[in-house]
Design a protein around this ligand. Structure first.
Ligand SMILES: Cc1ncc(C[n+]2csc(CCOP(=O)(O)OP(=O)(O)O)c2C)c(N)n1
Ligand code: SF4
Ligand SMILES: [Mg+2]
Length: 308
């Protein structure tokens, strides 16, 4: 089923906040549309949906979408979202972060939100770079990728979000690209069904900064490179005899599943050239448990105050 753009704008966006500050052709518009469609297809009441974002080009999304929204501080979106979900476990919580937001300054918060298995759909927009601040190296900048802070090419090992999600205890992980919008929407829909922490990593294009510095200055060129989906090397850089460029971790996409951390309770797993997905069986969202525990503490405090 196709959802008309005009319907999405009317129903799920805040027209008064548009046009966005995003560059023309940025993958973030596609991602915002996919989120709106996923929420729509799941039949969720938008008044019961919260979007929590950090700081960055990605972080601006919470200003444009017409949910209950919080634009928090850099790296702290999972912490704010955890608090929100503990206080209002019945709400659907979407946490939106960039790769720097989620894995540099916010790495700690992300790990512990996954470990606690608090029910939220965390969307990490991985464009390989710090977009908002001008194209600095991020934890997912590929080896050989040129950035404003690594002008002759990054030589740091990029982080592998999938491996992190496995070890930290996320209930669900999927990777998609902005070039496969139907699959992207379906994966977000599936994440919305998960009980516990569901992480969706979306490989997106920042052609204006990362692309420009890496011979992919047009959105279409960077998206075409993404379509190779990290398995194959970028032909332009290969021709230049530079290090191969990849849009995510070099070892992740081609590594067979058993070479990654084996998880006994991972029941549903797929690995195709276009993406990766795993889901743990029997995952339980712990936010309700925290809610009950906090409720008891508050009741005890009230009783103590009344007794005094
Ligand atoms: C505490 C703090 N440190 C640093 C910054 C500066 N800052 C803003 S956004 C950003 C990185 C953005 O990159 P990313 O999270 O990948 O998002 P993108 O812009 O690429 O979507 C940084 C370092 C800040 N706003 N607050
Ligand atoms: S700087 Fe990059 S990530 Fe930010 S809006 Fe422009 S293209 Fe998108
Ligand atoms: Mg980024």
């Amino acid at each position: 089923m196709k959802v008309q753009t005009s319907f999405i704008i009317k129903e799920y966006l805040r027209p008064e906040m548009l046009p966005s500050t995003w560059c023309g052709g940025c993958g973030l518009g596609i991602i915002m549309g996919a989120i709106a469609q996923a929420v729509h297809f799941k039949g969720l009441d938008k008044d019961n949906v919260a979007m929590v974002s950090g700081i960055g080009c990605t972080g601006r999304m919470s200003g444009y979408m017409d949910f209950n929204t919080i634009h928090t501080t850099h790296g702290r979106a999972p912490a704010f979202a955890t608090g929100l979900k503990m206080a209002r476990p019945e709400m659907t919580v979407l946490t939106v972060m960039g790769d720097g937001d989620a894995m540099s300054i916010g790495g700690n918060h992300l790990i512990h939100a996954m470990r606690r298995n608090i029910g939220m759909v965390a969307i990490v927009v991985n464009n390989s770079v710090y977009g908002l601040t001008g194209g600095q190296t991020s934890p997912t900048t590929p080896i050989g990728g040129h950035t404003t802070t690594a002008q002759s090419g990054s030589f740091e090992r990029p982080m592998n979000l999938e491996a992190l999600a496995r070890t930290a205890g996320a209930a669900f992980y999927a990777r998609a690209t902005v070039n496969h919008t139907a699959a992207l929407t379906k994966l977000i829909e599936r994440a919305l069904d998960v009980s516990g922490f569901a992480l969706v990593e979306i490989i997106s294009n920042c052609h204006v900064l990362f692309g420009k510095m890496n011979q992919m200055a047009e959105a279409s060129k960077m998206i075409a490179a993404m379509d190779e989906d990290t398995q194959r090397t970028n032909p332009t850089l290969l021709r230049r005899a530079d290090l191969p460029i990849r849009l995510t971790s070099p070892e992740s996409p081609s590594a067979p599943v058993h070479e990654l951390t084996e998880m006994e309770d991972v029941e549903d797993e797929s690995r195709t050239w276009r993406g990766v997905m795993f889901e743990r069986k029997g995952s339980v969202d712990l936010s309700k448990r925290y809610y009950d525990m906090l409720g008891k503490i508050h009741a005890q405090q009230r009783a103590a105050e009344e007794a005094n």
